[in-house]
Ligand binder design. Structure first.
Ligand SMILES: [Zn+2]
Length: 67
């Protein structure tokens, strides 16, 4: 994965997103080790148009059921 801002290397990372209505939810995305740019799975899917096994929508549904 290449950073769209600085063309640096990106690493896969797990982020925690706080939502008032659904509580805490985690998602896996990409973080640039150079400038800190973050790409979430939805952004990656839209930009790359590649089939990915991880879907943000599925994760959100799962998190909602837990809360
Ligand atoms: Zn970057």
């Amino acid at each position: 994965m290449e950073c769209p801002r600085c063309k640096g290397a990106m690493v896969e990372d797990v982020f925690e997103d706080l939502r008032d209505d659904t509580g805490s939810l985690n998602f896996t995305g990409w973080r640039c080790i150079i400038c800190g740019e973050i790409l979430d799975p939805v952004i990656v899917t839209n930009r790359e148009s590649r089939p990915e096994p991880l879907l943000g929508r599925a994760r959100k549904k799962f998190a909602t059921q837990l809360s």
